[in-house]
Structures are given as structure tokens and as C-alpha cells.
Design a protein around this ligand. Structure first.
Ligand SMILES: [Cu+2]
Length: 159
């Protein structure tokens, strides 16, 4: 999960009211105040819903993905396979991919943590998903190029 922290520093600079009128003793004194406010935003990553299995979906300029499961998801272990293709329709692996599975209705209860996809010899990205409970599941996938996230996708399925 990506959290962004923003620190807003609101500084009220020294206020100096230079009143020209009046005797010296009646002039306001210089006041100096500073406020520091830390704002923590909730997870503001936009997770793009990836349409169903075996459909081409763009993830970056000139790249698209297709995903499928080793079998229809059920209780137990299922393997998520993602294939990435370039503009020439070649299956390529320029990205580093991670995934995180869990149940949206029970946020955190079955959170897998962020796990890196493994590559096989056919250039498939593979990620085991441990389905421990029937219901709606989500896999949040992140594709990075040179450590920069280029795609945040949400793959959903029901068991
Ligand atoms: Cu659950």
C-alpha cells in the first residue's frame, strides 16, 4: 500500500506593523507565530479495475496485459498468470510486477502483503494466490519500470 505523507508547514512570518502614527510606546510589538500541521492522507492510489480474464488491457504506452488463472478460482491455491505484450505483440517482461491479494470486505484480514511475481521461461508473470475464504477477492497489481510505478491494477474474482 502506498501512503503519501504531506507535511504542510504554515508559517506566519514575523508580523511587523509599522504604524507611523502615534508615540513610540503605543506601537504594536513584533509578533512571531508558527504552526506545523502534519496531514496524513489515506491510500490515494487509484487502482484501475482490470476487465475479466483473457482480455487485452493497456498498462503503459505500447504495452498491454492479459491475465488468467491456472484454474477457476476456488478455495486453496490458485496461480494468477499475467502476460505482457508490446506493440509488436511479442510477449515481453520489461516490468517488475508485484501483487497483493485480500478480501476488500475484510480489509487486512487476509492481506498477502506485496509479493513479487515470478517469471517462467515463457515470460509469464506468475503469482500464487491463497484463497482461504469464499467471497469477493481482489489482487492489486503494480507494474514498475525502473522503479517507477506505471500501472496500478485491480483484478477481482469471486469464490
Ligand atoms: Cu475473509
Amino acid at each position: 500500500m502506498i501512503r503519501r505523507y504531506a507535511i504542510l508547514i504554515l508559517a506566519v512570518p514575523a508580523l511587523s506593523a509599522a504604524l507611523s502614527a502615534g508615540p513610540l510606546l503605543l506601537r504594536p510589538t513584533i509578533t512571531e507565530t508558527a504552526q506545523v500541521q502534519v496531514v496524513v492522507f489515506p491510500d490515494e492510489t487509484a487502482w484501475t479495475l482490470v476487465p475479466g480474464p483473457n482480455k487485452k488491457y493497456p498498462i503503459a504506452a505500447n504495452y498491454y496485459l492479459k491475465y488468467s488463472f491456472s484454474e477457476k478460482p476456488r478455495m486453496g491455491l490458485v496461480i494468477l498468470k499475467i502476460q505482457v505484450f508490446d506493440q509488436y505483440n511479442d510477449q515481453v517482461v520489461p516490468f517488475k510486477a508485484t501483487g497483493r491479494s485480500g478480501m476488500p470486505s475484510m480489509r487486512g484480514a487476509h492481506d498477502s502483503g506485496e509479493v513479487e511475481f515470478k517469471l517462467n521461461k515463457k515470460n509469464d508473470y506468475l503469482l500464487p494466490i491463497n484463497v482461504v475464504m469464499p467471497g469477493d477477492w481482489e489482487i492489486r497489481v503494480t507494474f514498475r519500470l525502473n522503479d517507477q510505478a506505471v500501472f496500478h491494477g485491480s483484478i477481482r474474482f469471486n469464490v
